[in-house]
Design a protein around this ligand. Structure first.
Ligand code: C5J
Length: 224
């Protein structure tokens, strides 16, 4: 199945492909979460949710494997290096109770803010991993889970484009996977960083991978 993509069409092989949804958690997307307390405009990220929902629904209908990630640390923060926690000397740090309290402790597993947003909530049979790093492969066992299932292609969506999404895509590259970043299903608090990431992924003949609109994948899946 050929997907119109840049820098050239992507040959999707559904039985060996997984949709990887990076960190669509309340911490980053909802008002009152970690992202908002840092002064970011979370509405930018919220705006991609309908496209993500449509892509996820089409992928599920086609029977494709889904992987959800959350940026999450253990409650004792033993997997959060001080360098990550203290950088920038912020008023609120990972593990602290968030500004309004309702979201719980910042980026801590099991807290309300750490849950994947309701619109994209995982269903039975989907892989859900907590990742302590920016990349989905660091300290998660994701590579082994994908290998057990014969997965070779990864389609990426989620937030934020230039941080956890791009890091995960580069980690995937180094482990032998390839695939597209879905342009309308990823976002950054900084639109110029999203644009730059899309450019750098597909530059030099797809040095990191492809970029494609999710609608191209949805259309191809509907034609199966
Ligand atoms: C960040 C992420 N931006 N999921 N995390 O700290 O991109």
């Amino acid at each position: 199945m050929n997907i119109p993509a840049l820098p050239f069409d992507y040959p999707l092989d559904l039985p060996h492909a997984a949709l990887v949804i990076i960190d669509m958690q309340r911490d980053f997307i909802e008002p009152g979460g970690f992202g908002a307390t840092l002064g970011n405009n979370v509405a930018l990220l919220e705006a991609i949710v309908p496209a993500c929902q449509a892509m996820l629904a089409a992928w599920r209908t086609a029977g494709g494997l889904v992987v959800h990630t959350r940026e999450a640390h253990r409650p004792d923060l033993s997997d959060c290096p001080p360098a990550k926690r203290n950088r920038g000397n912020p008023a609120l740090r990972i593990g602290d109770l968030g500004a309004m309290g309702a979201m719980g402790r910042i980026l801590v597993a099991g807290e309300p803010g750490n849950q994947i947003i309701q619109a994209l909530a995982p269903v039975a049979g989907e892989i859900v991993i907590n990742k302590p790093g920016k990349g989905a492969f660091y300290a998660t066992g994701l590579h082994e889970m994908l290998q057990q299932r014969g997965i070779q292609q990864l389609l990426f969506m989620g937030v934020t484009t230039e941080v956890c999404v791009q890091t995960s895509m580069r980690e995937a590259n180094d482990r032998g996977y390839d695939g597209p970043l879905l342009e309308d299903c990823t976002e950054s608090y900084f639109p110029q960083f999203k644009a730059a990431t899309l450019e750098m992924v597909r530059a030099q003949g797809g040095i990191v991978g492809w970029t494609a609109p999710s609608t191209a994948v949805v259309r191809a899946l509907a034609a199966l």
